[in-house]
Design a protein around this ligand. Structure first.
Ligand code: PLP
Length: 410
């Protein structure tokens, strides 16, 4: 028979959602989901997306297969959004791009491509902690996964000294400067998941220097461009800085969050190469990696994203909507911080709620407190104390703050 070893592991947020669904209390709040919710707690379809779909319907697009690497116009526009109009390798035609099955698929293509073609190392370093799916994605791609320090539990902030030491140590295993190990290092471009803690621009510049000095290979995961600050250019800072410093990066992009296209599975994988000749070789190797995985990517979401990115008016509307989502999250951060610190005088230091970036916040609540919150207050989050700020709104934030206060005061 078929031997299936190991237990099924559904990921940290699915258990939370099951418990939430079973709870019949009207005050219940689900802060475990990784998708944006509007001010009424409902899923949000962007107006720019609805308009793009109307345009597509009117133009009677067909449902034919896309090429292996997807919709060419979409690929160009996705790369332009990430790298910017001033990008030298982009303008030189030296960036290989393929459409992907959202961010996850982009990471998987990148992992499989590097496992096969990156000659210097089969080791990828992830921040600790990282998005839960990173480890299985890269392990299943054929890479060995190791960690570098990232989050400091004491300060609920970035462990920058630990990060720097680990990126250096990773190449210095014997205590002296041996030949560079040239490992792959995964970097969250903005809005680090799950911590909400990002390096500053000055810290990114230092990380870029270390990556260069040690000849590490930088692989950026940009699942939240625009979602962090509300500004797609600002959120692309790390990616563009690295490229401007001459790094040949790999990049995974997702349009799940910033266009609300979660279930449409729209994303892109790209690789900065040395020149157009190398780009052409990478393009054909990408096809060889992708073809046996899924033949070619889905068309509908790519057409939507392409319509938005390719039309001035729709693009402007979309930028406004991304900013609207980011701003609502930021305002929830400020409200929650104010309630805990000033109104309720909850013991502890809560400024990280305000300073953290993106959809998620590491509250610092411990597993016992998150259990009490679920059982006594009908408030659900992952056991590591991560909450989705997008799950908070004017209708539930008071209940949430009061419940946290009660859980902390015991
Ligand atoms: N990378 C990070 C850091 C994420 O948080 C996510 C989604 O939560 C993804 C990648 C991939 O998401 P998707 O495959 O839906 O684009």
């Amino acid at each position: 028979g078929l031997a299936v070893l190991g237990r099924r592991s559904p990921g940290p947020s699915s258990g939370v959602t099951e418990a939430f669904k079973a709870d019949k209390d009207s005050r219940k709040i689900n802060l475990g989901v990784g998708a944006y919710r509007d001010g009424n707690g409902k899923p949000y379809v962007l107006e720019s997306v609805k308009k793009a779909e109307e345009l597509l319907n009117a133009s009677k697009t067909d449902k034919e297969y896309l090429p292996i690497t997807g919709l060419a116009d979409f690929n160009k526009r996705a790369a332009l959004l990430a790298y910017g109009a001033d990008s030298v390798p982009l303008n030189d035609g030296a960036i290989a791009v393929t459409q992907s099955i959202s961010g996850t698929g982009a990471l998987r293509i990148g992992g499989a491509f590097l496992a096969r073609h990156y000659p210097h190392s089969k080791v990828i370093y992830l921040p600790v902690p990282s998005w839960g799916n990173h480890t299985p994605i890269f392990r299943d791609s054929g890479l060995e996964v190791r960690g570098y320090r990232y989050f400091d539990k004491k300060t609920v902030g970035l462990d920058f000294e630990g990060l720097k030491a680990d990126l250096r140590r990773s190449l210095n295993l014997h205590g002296y400067q041996a030949a560079p190990e040239q490992s792959i290092v995964l970097l969250h471009a903005c809005a680090h998941n799950p911590t909400g803690v990002d390096p500053t621009q000055a810290q990114w510049a230092e990380i870029s220097d270390i990556v260069k000095e040690r000849q590490l290979f930088p692989f950026f995961d940009m699942a939240y461009q625009g979602f962090a600050s509300g500004d797609t250019t600002r959120d692309a800072f790390a990616v563009r800085h690295f490229v401007s410093q001459g790094h040949q990066i790999a990049l995974a992009q997702s349009f799940a969050k910033n266009m609300g296209l979660y279930g449409e599975r729209v994303g892109a994988f790209s690789l900065v190469t040395a020149d157009p000749a190398e780009k052409a070789r990478v393009d054909s190797q990408l096809k060889i990696v992708i073809r046996p995985m899924y033949s070619n990517p889905p068309i509908h979401g790519a057409l939507i994203a392409n319509a938005i990115l390719g039309d001035k008016a729709l693009y402007a509307q979309w930028e406004g909507e991304v900013k609207g989502m980011a701003d609502r999250i930021i305002s929830m951060r400020e409200k929650l911080f104010g309630m805990l610190t000033h109104d309720l005088q909850t013991p502890g230091e809560w400024s990280h709620i305000k300073s953290q970036i993106g959809m998620f916040s590491f509250t610092g609540l411990n597993p016992a407190q998150t259990k009490v919150l679920a059982e006594k207050a009908h408030v659900y989050m992952t056991a590591d104390g991560r909450i989705s700020m997008a799950g908070l709104n004017a209708g539930n934030i008071v209940h949430f703050a009061e419940s946290v206060d009660a859980a902390v005061k015991g």
